[in-house]
Design a protein. Sequence first.
Length: 326
Amino acid sequence: MRFAAESELQETAHRLIQEIRSVVWDKNVIVAFSGGEDSSLAAFLCKLALGPERVILSTVDWGQFTYRTIKENVAASALRLGLRHIVLDGTERQRKVWRYGPNCNECTRFAKLLTIRTTFPDSVIVTGSNQFDSWGRIGPKVHDNFYSPLKELTKDSIRQLLKLFQIQPVKVGESSIREGCKLKHLMKMLINPAYHGRAVAEANEVLLEFLQRNNKNAQLANVKIIGPLSKNVALVNVHPQLSDEEKQELLSLLKNVDTIDEAYILDKPVRLKILANPGLYNDPSAREDVFRGFIERDFAVSVTPVWIKARNNRLRTFHVVDFEYE
């Protein structure tokens, strides 16, 4: 990690403020606001550039897939920023995306950004995309009234600017790198929200509540739901690892979730059996991007993919159907 001097950070902020003014011009700004690091910095810079009266924070709510901690704290984060905050419902659009397999990029475009744009058609929609995500790396900075002022920044730069300006983003506790909605941990098609959806929603709340109750400061904490559509298998990822006694207690709690059929706490390398849409299966580069960018980084152990061409023509991305220890 490279630490920039305060003068360098101030210069970066000044440049971005001037750029925001020139890009937005006389329009109002709607910040796609999760309360996390990226959107909090984007909102703060927009406020400095345009004034609070021209900036609105818009949070898309995912229903059962929004962490309870976020629901409780995102409004407080908006209040600290001194900006108007509204909440929009994105649940139906999100379900439509995940019904055909995991797809965070499509969920961001269709369920999140389209919901905001439909509500505010005449405003500039500001996102927190940066060099840590695929849109920040390959997408345009300004396109069709969408604007990503942090596009050239790294995660380290964003965190140093947050520290400089004493901005406190919302923290969930699932990851020290990137947090988000619980649905990203459902690694198969969302055919039955009351079964597949409830499993991933409740299991991840059980895990975070367990860690908080036991004063565990985890760098990574999630429950992946895999398995065929007829069975929910919970794969628990926690880093640093739990003690044997803690593992047994956590497994007991997860077994009380009636939509979970099996539960395992991962503590050694695994192989994942992954069904892939033919288009994805036949493109090694795309498979590698999906594995590195979406699957591997959220596991607490080493993971090896075993790709299988899917026969289910409804599957548009991938579906993890099984696992085994190496």
